[in-house]
Ligand binder design. Sequence first.
Ligand code: GUN
Length: 289
Amino acid sequence: MERIDGKEIAARIKEELAAEISRRAAKGEKTPHLAAVLVGNDAASETYVAAKVKACQAIGMKSTELRFPAEITEEQLLEVIDRLNRDDDVDGYIVQLPLPRHLPAEKILGRIDPAKDVDGFHPVNAGRMLLGLPAHLPATPAGIVEMLSRHGVETERKHCVIVGRSNIVGTPLSVLMSRKSAHANCTVTLCHSGTPNIKTFTLQADILVVAIGVPRFITADMVKEGAVVVDVGIHRVPSPTSRNGFRLVGDVDFENVAPRCSAITPVPGGVGPMTIVSLLRNTLQAATR
Ligand code: GUN
């Protein structure tokens, strides 16, 4: 069993992006600038945004964190979005999800200038991706495709089974993995909470991607011998033996599934770091246009 080291692959990509940013600076071009909007005090969101800001610093990209209380009104947040759209120094920005319940995410995301929508969540980018036109691709699916490609996982003619149909991961990944390209060209099956007997499908997977949001949902009996497994989940579970009382697990029961796999991503250190480099790449692309 090989471990697909997303952290190491992401580190190499960050070096490439840093070199590109230096080349731009040497030509007198502006430093790419990513802004992140964080509403409320969701602990996981705070961690993710901090990781994104830190990654920007590491590659010489400018970043701005815009924090607002959970009580911000829809009108106030839309004003923030309009201001970011007009700000010529900001090349791209994200609104960290989830938003507090009183804020309509669809409306907020729909107000982002598609050219600055480096999360790829705006309907224009989602539509362009679907049609195979140039677009900002959503960070996690794009990161998974790049990770598989750089690790040397063969995808053409393989059966890729995706578990989870979110707009952020499963649905766009089903589009990317079925594209006619050397890094995809899979036959894709998209399973979800409405799929009866999911195991019948997961057992057919040459490549199994799990983004269902349930800790250790995929057990060894659900995985074909020799499969490549990509685990998008990340959950804190209590662990009396850990120093801080918890540990991180994914949507896959790693200990029991890993021995059956030809390759598998760890949690943490698999998909997470790849998501961040996709966001950096999209921001550099936004600055280049
Ligand atoms: N919440 C979970 N994943 C993401 C992501 O990729 N982008 C944003 N903005 N919020 C998220």
